[in-house]
Design a protein around this ligand. Structure first.
Ligand SMILES: Cc1cc2nc3c(=O)[nH]c(=O)nc-3n(C[C@H](O)[C@H](O)[C@H](O)COP(=O)(O)O)c2cc1C
Length: 329
């Protein structure tokens, strides 16, 4: 598929996630087949103020291409200026605009999902950024209770020059509760000519297949299911190709991915910016006996100790334990 002039080989995308999709994690997901990766959301204001932590969020590498940088803000002027700086400094293939974040701090500031109440402001922002940068501009939205109003916003985004739209099928008020409603993405796909990306609750091959077929969307975006489990992209791709679940020794796979993650964090010089214990805990989620290991992880900051704890977890599981042997806790 193509977004603007950017060719994307595949239709499984890694969602933008604050404190998760740092450059090292994105690279790991890329290695597992994520066709397009998104940075954590970056504050347009912070870009203009040269915030160092923010700058790290935009880092990338040739191998990660194509990748998108996501920006949020509450004024067209700020976002346009930040987009120019971001484009010049980090050369993202795509600039994505956040019209979906429900976090109070953003909403109070008139950013993220607060903008869904002001379609004309969305038009102004998308149009101004599209007119300024060379990269295609895309938008990520949440939905409104009212289907027609949601469709209006999608139309505005297309008319204003966006190259694609991502639809997370939850409202701002829902935060992450309830189920994502993919009827919105289906209707938006029916109406628009730009690529539409469906997002929300895609956690395995079955849900991916269902959402692709139901919505007819051009691509799927995976968020929480990838946290601590970048291999999910390989698993979903395999299922979509073959209709069968890929047999995986989950613990060994997670351990190998965690080791590679640590290597990439070192390579990119990101260790001090990432809460390694929090990320390590995600890598043990869903694995039998993982709770005990997570308690151990809480007591150390040493990467080597964390890896030893994870190795001991894998060693005590029957060899070649597959996804089916894993439990909810
Ligand atoms: C920890 C976390 C951080 C997130 N940060 C962002 C963000 O920076 N920008 C954004 O557009 N959405 C963000 N989201 C929302 C996700 O991109 C995605 O829309 C949402 O999690 C639904 O997809 P899922 O059900 O596959 O997780 C975040 C979600 C989580 C769980």
């Amino acid at each position: 598929m193509k977004i603007g002039n950017v060719k994307i080989n595949g239709h499984l995308f890694l969602a933008p996630m604050a404190d998760v999709t740092n450059p090292a994690f994105r690279m790991l997901c890329k290695k597992h087949g994520a066709a397009l990766t998104y940075s954590e959301m970056i504050s347009a204001d912070a870009v203009l103020h040269g915030n160092i932590r923010t700058a790290n969020r935009g880092l990338s590498s040739e191998e990660e291409k194509p990748f998108a940088i996501q920006l949020f803000g509450n004024s067209a002027a700020t976002i346009v200026n930040a987009s120019s700086i971001i484009e010049e400094r980090f050369c993202p293939d795509i600039i994505d605009l956040n019209f979906g974040c429900p976090a109070k701090v953003l909403v109070k500031d008139g950013s993220g999902s607060a903008l869904l109440d002001f379609p004309e402001k969305i038009r102004e922002i998308v149009s101004a950024v599209s007119g300024k940068v060379d990269a295609p501009v895309t938008a990520k939205i949440r939905v409104l209770h009212d289907m027609e109003k949601t469709l209006d916003i999608a139309r505005v985004i297309e008319e204003a020059g966006a190259g694609a739209i991502t639809v997370h099928g939850r409202t701002q008020a829902q935060q992450y509760a309830g189920k994502a409603e993919h009827e919105y993405a289906r209707k938006i796909k029916n109406e628009l000519s730009i690529p539409v990306i469906a997002n929300g609750d895609i956690s395995n091959g079955h849900s991916a297949k269902h959402v692709l077929e139901y919505t007819g969307c051009d691509a799927l975006m995976v968020g929480r299911a990838s946290m601590g489990n970048p291999h999910i992209f390989t698993e979903i791709s395999h299922f979509l190709r073959t209709g069968e679940q890929l047999p995986t020794d989950e613990c060994t796979q997670r351990l190998a991915d965690f080791k590679e993650y640590v290597r990439l964090l070192e390579l990119y010089g990101l260790e001090e910016y990432v809460d390694i214990r929090m990320h390590a805990r995600w890598f043990t989620r869903g694995i039998k006996g993982g709770r005990h290991v997570r308690q151990g992880i809480s007591g150390t900051r040493e990467k080597k100790s964390i890896i030893r704890l994870m190795e001991s977890l894998c060693a005590q599981l029957p060899s070649k334990a597959t996804n089916n042997d894993f439990h909810g806790k």
